[in-house]
Write a protein that binds this ligand. Structure first.
Ligand code: KIV
Ligand code: ZN
Length: 554
């Protein structure tokens, strides 16, 4: 039986294929600059994922360049630290030669490049989207997988919407892909429609019935979360014999998202005695990477999200707290430290020096340059004047503030706000502009944040629309740092100033911004400026075709 002959299936290792930078970036509003993508890719390599799907190079020259840089700088032993894992770098391509050429151009400099090509196989997609007959689909898959294989030794093929495809038809298409040289067959539940028992049967059927299935083929699963079953379906696929799982950090992705990396990895680790399956992930990096992705994409992690939500290890009910004090195993199935959540409090305070700060940040996994440390130390001292106890969560917020900023074309110099029950909320904002000069504006609004944003708009003069605004406290207590996340989009039809050269695609893009401060109106201003800077930098990257590396010279 093919099932028993397949080498990958006998293995107890499940490969983690991270698609945060591709499917994850397809989440509305999740666009990142190329420098941010590179930073996330580095963090994924430190997390020890096996494959990074770095993007979809045919989508834009910008995306091609971002994938190419990741292939060179993260997928190449020349550039990674000694002893660090070098992941395979994959790029997505539709099943046509132009896309495949672009994907190859983007990944070819990686030590382990992979082309991932796909074509839909469900009746609904073939008829309405592709307008292709099933026979044409079979022929195209054979042709394009062979073409990809003529360029790259590692080719993955996905029959899109496999979850709603006829299994018998899938066996034929996948058999063609194997014949043409595919090395991984990825089975996507593209619209998150299946239930675990169905998905299990689908994967088992594919392994048992696909012609030409052999030891060298890895079966992969890629599940979307439209019905909240992405992780359950991924596990079902693995139990049926899949040995690669396609996942994203925080479960971000198209519509309701993808199966989340942290859920799957901790599920396999926590239930190892029952499942007997492992991954190579360094789970202690999970919290850090989750935070990084949330900061860059502007997509806030819901507090009750499994593994990485703020409440995942919080115990509120009296009975639970009592149990926890007696023994942590009463209500905790995983140790917070195992996912990199540190419980330590009372870490640092007003009298702590630069050395203590560096040491703590290193313990937390941040390798910072001297300049970054200097900047964070300044912020730390300012914060310590306002807040007695600085926790790890506060430090994380400061690091995110300093380290993960897109270049500050416009920076907050000072602001003054009046609000309350008497009079009209008014904000006076002073910004440092790209030419180094200071500009001020005073505006009134419906509240302090509205007034602040109006004043900023008047100075920056790039029309945009606020799509989402979120504020939350990093730690408990009245002196907590407030973290603000915003999402904005260019306001269509008003091409002005430095955004003149925008493409239509750019007008539909949403940009995320993040800011932290003990004053939430200041945090709001920082977040808005962060998003505006991102929008402008990204527009300039598109215009010049040059990746900014946090800096475009105007
Ligand atoms: O969900 C999906 O079908 C995909 C494919 C491109 C693998 O993301
Ligand atoms: Zn997908």
């Amino acid at each position: 039986m093919i099932l028993e002959k397949n080498e990958a299936i006998r293995s107890d290792m499940v490969k983690i294929f991270d698609t945060t930078l591709r499917d994850g970036e397809q989440s509305p509003g999740a666009s990142m600059t190329s420098a941010e993508k590179l930073e996330v890719a580095r963090a994924l390599a430190q997390l020890r994922v096996d494959i990074i799907e770095a993007g979809f190079p045919a989508a834009s020259p910008d995306d091609l360049e971002a994938v190419r840089r990741i292939a060179i700088e993260v997928g190449n032993p020349k550039h990674v630290e000694a002893g660090q894992k070098v992941p395979t770098i994959a790029a997505l391509a539709r099943a046509n030669k132009q896309d495949i050429d672009k994907a190859w151009e983007a990944v070819r400099e990686a030590q382990k490049p992979r082309i991932h090509t796909f074509l839909a196989t469900s009746p609904i997609h073939m008829k309405y989207k592709l307008r292709m007959e099933p026979e044409e689909v079979i022929a195209r898959v054979g042709e394009m997988v062979a073409y990809a294989r003529s360029l790259c030794p590692d080719v993955e093929f996905s029959p899109e919407d496999a979850g709603r495809s006829d299994p018998e038809f899938l066996y034929i298409v996948l058999g063609e892909a194997i014949k043409a040289g595919a090395t991984t067959l990825n089975i996507p539940d593209t619209v998150g429609y299946t239930i675990p028992s169905e998905f299990y049967r689908l994967i088992k059927g594919i392994i048992e019935n696909t012609p030409g299935m052999h030891e060298g083929i890895t079966i992969s699963v890629h599940c979307h979360d439209d019905l909240g079953l992405a992780t359950a379906n991924t596990l079902a696929g693995i139990l049926a014999g899949a040995r690669q799982a396609e996942v994203t950090i925080n479960g971000i992705g198209e519509r309701a998202g993808n199966a989340s990396l942290e859920e799957l990895v901790m599920l396999l680790k926590t239930r190892y005695p029952v499942l007997g399956l492992k991954t190579d992930i360094d789970t202690t990096q999970i919290a850090r990477v989750s935070k990084l992705v949330s900061t860059y994409t502007g997509i806030v992690v819901q507090p009750n999200k499994a593994i990485v939500g703020a409440n995942a290890f919080a115990h509120e009910a009296g009975i639970h707290q009592d149990g926890m004090l007696k023994h942590s195993l009463t209500y905790e199935i995983m140790r917070p430290e195992d996912v990199g959540v540190r419980q330590s409090r009372l870490v640092l305070g007003k009298h702590s020096g630069r050395h203590a700060l560096r040491k703590r940040l290193e313990e937390m996994g941040y390798a910072l340059s001297e300049a970054q440390l200097d900047a964070i130390f300044e912020d730390f001292k300012r914060l310590a004047d306002r807040k007695k106890v600085i926790t790890d969560a506060d430090l994380e917020a400061l690091v995110n503030e300093e380290r993960y900023q897109v270049r500050e074309l416009y920076a907050l110099s000072s602001m003054e706000v009046t609000c309350g029950t008497v009079g009209t909320p008014t904000a006076r904002v002073q910004l440092r502009t790209p030419d180094g000069s200071l500009q001020s504006f005073t505006a009134q609004g419906t509240g302090p944040v509205d007034a602040t944003y109006k004043a900023i708009d008047a100075i920056v003069n790039v029309p945009c629309e606020l799509v989402e605004y979120n504020v939350h406290a990093v730690t408990e207590g009245i002196d907590a740092i407030g973290e603000v996340t915003v999402r904005i989009r260019p306001r269509n039809g008003q091409k002005k100033t430095i955004l003149d050269a925008q493409t239509e695609e750019e007008y539909t893009r949403i940009y995320g911004g993040h800011g932290a401060d003990t004053d939430i109106v200041v945090a709001s201003a920082k977040a808005y400026l962060n998003a505006l800077n991102m929008m402008i930098v990204s527009s300039l990257e598109q215009k010049t075709g040059v990746s900014s590396d946090y800096g475009v010279i105007l």
